[in-house]
Design a protein around this ligand. Structure first.
Ligand code: CUA
Length: 331
């Protein structure tokens, strides 16, 4: 009877584990090992749950007191066999999980010599990415089927880099550089999630990881590098586009119409109101966005990661914004 109950509970739990599609789609080589660990742990848990549930259900029915039974149960003092068993079995299971995890983590950290190195900066509440040729981007673009090493830095508090479809997760810790390896093996667009509570905007600290065919990635990164080398107007436009400015700000020359932050078409008017030199005001607004917050907007919304832009890219961006004022600087 006990065995029968255990088998039924085990089967039901296994069905819930297998029939429901719990895990996100696999998009990296590292996911395989991580999924194996997940299923190993789940199988162990299902087994333990089935045994415990079976014993409880069995005892509840088998040993329940009769309505008129007022007697005490027999006095029992320990059971060495059971105590040794419930110490030894979990110890063995935990050791198995530890060894399997150690092997998977060590394997997942391995990368080839030609791995692509990308610097990742985490800051309340945004991610920014910097490629080997100094191209900067607010979206993580990766070539498919190539080892990638992400060097994580945090500028303020703890954050944690996670793309569920890649499986790999790593903390970004102020004052040190942590690394995580990923080998994306499926073209597509996946969410980059911060998985360490880092402040009020934690849940909004997201961007996209775009996995592209190798040739397309090369073309993208070379095009960006070329534009950054080009005339300041073009370079500034590339910086503006790559770093996600358009997702928050209206700016006519870039064709953006977002209204999360103040309109950049009014920078000249703003500078005049504040009696500031336009280029200085624009630069300060990018590097220290909370110095002078436009009326109707909150401080601490615009990320401060833009202070990390390479100097020439920052200069190009400032020039792009200043020159863009000619059209519609009134208002
Ligand atoms: Cu960054 Cu949570």
């Amino acid at each position: 009877m006990l065995v029968a109950i255990g088998a039924v509970v085990g089967l039901l739990t296994t069905a819930v584990a297998i029939l429901i599609d719990w895990l996100p789609e696999q998009a990296s080589e590292q996911r395989e090992g991580i999924d194996f660990l997940f299923w190993l742990t789940t199988a162990i848990c299902v087994g333990i749950f089935a045994i415990v549930a079976a014993v409880i259900l069995y005892c509840v029915f088998k040993f329940r007191a009769q309505p008129d039974d007022d007697t005490d149960g027999p006095p029992i003092h320990g059971n060495t066999t059971i105590e040794i068993a419930w110490t030894a079995v979990p110890t063995v299971l935990v050791v198995i999980i530890a060894i399997a995890s150690g092997i998977v983590l060590a394997r997942n950290d391995r990368t080839s010599a030609d791995a692509l190195d990308i610097d990742v900066t985490a800051q309340q509440f945004a991610w920014s990415f910097r490629y080997p040729n100094d191209v900067t981007s607010g979206t993580l673009r990766l070539p498919v089927n190539r080892d990638v090493v992400l060097n994580l830095r945090a500028n303020d508090v703890l954050h944690s880099f996670w793309v569920p479809q890649f499986g790999q997760k790593q903390d970004a810790v102020p004052g040190t550089v942590t690394r995580v390896a990923v080998t994306p093996n499926k073209v597509g667009s996946y969410p980059v999630v911060c998985s360490e509570l880092c402040g009020l905007g934690h849940s909004l600290m997201r961007t996209q990881a775009v996995v592209m065919p190798a040739a397309e990635y090369e073309r993208w990164v070379n095009d960006q590098a070329e534009e950054l080398e080009g005339p300041p107007g073009q370079a500034g436009a590339a910086v503006f586009r790559n770093n996600g400015c358009a997702s928050c700000h209206t700016f006519a020359p870039a064709g953006s119409e977002a209204e999360v932050g103040p309109s950049l078409d009014r920078l000249a008017a703003r500078a005049r109101e504040l009696d500031r030199e336009l280029p200085d005001f624009v630069r300060e607004s990018i590097v220290e966005p909370d110095e002078e917050v436009a009326e109707g907007y909150q401080p601490n919304v615009m990320p401060k990661t833009y202070a990390e832009l390479p100097r020439d890219q920052l200069d190009a961006l400032v020039q792009y914004l200043v020159e863009g004022q000619r059209g519609g600087g009134t208002g």
